[in-house]
Design a protein around this ligand. Structure first.
Ligand code: F6P
Length: 341
């Protein structure tokens, strides 16, 4: 067999660890392993790269993706899906492992459903917003990075008696904000799923300061709706806006300062959350997902995705995994809320 692998969407720590695990297992089974460059773009254009033992060695701690990634959607390109199929067959490929989030795997699910394309999925994203898996790899690293930043902001906030607003990624869900906020001891966390009005946030901060605390840490998710945040700009091929462009952190800091009189600063963590080496937890999860994906290929179980349920690696249908976003349940937010103000 010739097994292809692609990484699509935003990169995240652990992609290379998956490539390594899939490669190790398919090569052990005597198959060839082929990298497809830059996500679906590589299949639309037919850009391949053979991957052997040398290419997949030393990848475990390496951030990013050695085969590149884009947000290409073949369904939005003229003849894109036909080209995917032609190039796939032309390269003599028998199976595809698609590593991605809701967009990349949404394409995989559709290809499988409409054309019986031999694809299996591996769930990645720092946002942790994919249904059907308890966690995606990349998320733990992003939370670790955000928590470290919050810890550092605590000391400078305290020295200057300031409010520090920290804007984190997460798109339309608040997973990174809630988890890093709990871990970092945030005094207020604002996420899209819990649209707390700014007046309520202001009152909580005031109460805290009246109790004798002279500083506060506010974590805000980039997707939190706030009047005064800017325009998100153009849509990408999957119909997403660039939430980071709205400047919700800046707008929030302005509001807080105006409404409370407390000196306020903002830190936008941005792509730092996606860069660098994965945490041990993400390396292990990525490795287990990669082995599972290779096993699904071996058994011909296409249209499936590796997933984490509790502590077990299972497989679920790609259709199920991409049908809806996994938002932060209020029970998680209640844990964070217990420490507000
Ligand atoms: O989906 C991962 C993510 O990092 C989101 O949290 C964020 O909104 C988006 O990608 C940023 O995308 P880009 O890398 O295209 O700026």
């Amino acid at each position: 067999m010739r097994v292809g692998v692609l990484t699509g969407g935003g990169d995240c720590p652990g992609l290379n660890a998956v490539i390594r695990a899939v490669g190790r297992r398919v090569m052990t089974h005597g198959h060839e392993f082929v990298g497809i460059r830059e996500g679906w773009h590589g299949l639309v254009e037919g850009i391949f790269e053979p991957l052997g033992p040398r290419e997949i060695s030393g990848l475990l701690p390496r951030g990013g993706t050695i085969i590149g990634t884009t947000r290409t959607n073949p369904y939005k390109l003229d003849g894109g899906v036909d080209k995917v199929q032609q190039n796939f067959s032309g390269a003599g490929l028998d199976a595809l492992v698609a590593i991605g989030g809701e967009d990349t795997l949404g394409v995989a699910a559709r290809l499988f459903e409409e054309r019986q394309f031999p694809v299996v999925g591996v769930p990645k994203t720092i946002d942790n917003d994919l249904s059907a898996t308890d966690y995606t790899f990349g998320f733990d690293t992003a939370v670790w990075i955000a928590t470290e930043a919050i810890d550092r902001l605590h000391t400078t906030a305290e020295s200057h008696n300031r409010v520090m607003v920290v804007e984190v990624m997460g798109r339309h869900t608040g997973w990174i904000a809630v988890m890093s906020g709990i871990a970092g001891g945030a005094d207020m966390i604002l996420i899209p799923e819990q649209p707390i009005p700014i007046e309520q946030a202001r009152d909580q901060l005031r109460r805290r300061h009246e109790r004798g605390k002279d500083f506060s840490i506010v974590v805000v998710s980039e997707g939190y709706e706030l009047d005064g945040a800017g325009d998100a700009g153009e849509l990408d091929q999957f119909g997403h806006v660039r939430l980071s462009q709205r400047g919700v952190g800046d707008a929030l800091a302005r509001e807080i300062e105006q409404r409370t009189g407390y000196e306020t600063r903002v830190t936008v963590l941005g792509h730092v959350q996606r860069g660098g080496s994965p945490t041990p937890r993400d390396r292990v999860l990525a490795t287990r997902f990669g082995l599972k994906a290779a096993d699904l290929v071996e058994s011909g179980s296409f249209g499936r995705m590796a997933a984490l349920r509790g502590d077990a690696i299972v497989d679920v249908s790609l259709a199920e995994a991409t049908s809806e976003l996994k938002t932060v349940p209020s029970s998680w937010y209640d844990v964070a809320r217990a420490f507000f103000g």
